[in-house]
Ligand binder design. Structure first.
Ligand SMILES: C[S@@+](CC[C@H](N)C(=O)[O-])C[C@H]1O[C@@H](n2cnc3c(N)ncnc32)[C@H](O)[C@@H]1O
Length: 218
């Protein structure tokens, strides 16, 4: 069963990602900072090949990694991919502009880059957690790299963002018998759904936890 803390945000994120890949993606896809390639099954019917690149010694293991490299130096020729995807990685890169320039290099012309990037989220994978991005910063960085921004979507409002962060904080106490008996889980699930419902009624995107960016290489 999914983790109640992030069941709602994963549902929102996965739906937005799949919709973007279905609409703009296809062919050979490079998944930059692929980790365990959690979206492989979700996306496989929309693309021909899912190639993952990640750095050696990453926290997520190397089982799903096809190319060992970094976001700054992808071991692939220029213009060798139709689609690039990069989920929850940009905040971990010291030099985001260099990474976007490298993504631009490996994409074919008229290819699309699809990124998810957090705005309001706690520190994670420390100490390699460098930045959070506003929609203005993202547009600036993508355009500076030569991309045309086609979509830039906030994935939540206040309620989902802070409902989820509340749950993450609450689950610090999920240990011992509380954890064994799954005592927090029903409340966690219910709170997630209530937050999702409130977000639909009262959408305040300046509080988004995450943006989804779709950018085209002209
Ligand atoms: C939060 S995880 C996200 C993994 C995966 N994209 C996902 O959505 O589950 C961040 C990923 O970025 C990778 N990463 C960090 N720095 C990197 C770099 N300089 N080049 C390539 N990947 C990097 C990490 O190894 C890790 O797999």
């Amino acid at each position: 069963m999914s983790d109640p803390r992030n069941a709602v945000i994963y549902r929102i994120h996965d739906a937005a990602l799949e919709q973007a890949v279905r609409r703009y993606g296809g062919g050979r896809l490079i998944d930059i900072g692929c980790g365990k390639k959690p979206y492989k099954a979700l996306l496989q019917r929309h693309i021909k090949e899912h190639v993952g690149v990640d750095r050696a010694g990453g926290l997520h293991g190397m089982d799903a990694v096809d190319l060992v490299g970094t976001a700054y130096e992808i071991p692939a020729p220029d213009a060798s991919f139709d689609t690039a995807m990069c989920t929850a990685v940009l905040e971990h890169l010291e030099e985001p502009s260099e990474a976007l320039a490298e993504c631009f290099r490996v994409l074919k012309s008229d290819g699309y880059a699809i990124y998810s990037v957090p705005f309001i989220w706690h520190l994670h994978e420390e100490p390699r957690d460098f930045y959070r991005y506003s929609k203005y910063g993202l547009r600036y960085l993508f355009e500076k790299a030569g991309f045309e921004v086609v979509e830039l979507k906030a994935l939540s409002g206040f309620w989902v963002t802070f409902g989820t962060l509340f749950l993450y904080n609450l689950y610090r106490f999920n240990r011992g018998p509380i954890r064994r008996w799954h005592a927090l889980d029903p409340m966690g699930r219910a709170l997630g759904e209530v937050a999702h419902g409130l977000d639909r009624l009262d959408r305040t995107e300046q509080w988004t936890w995450m943006y989804l960016v779709v950018a085209r290489k002209p």
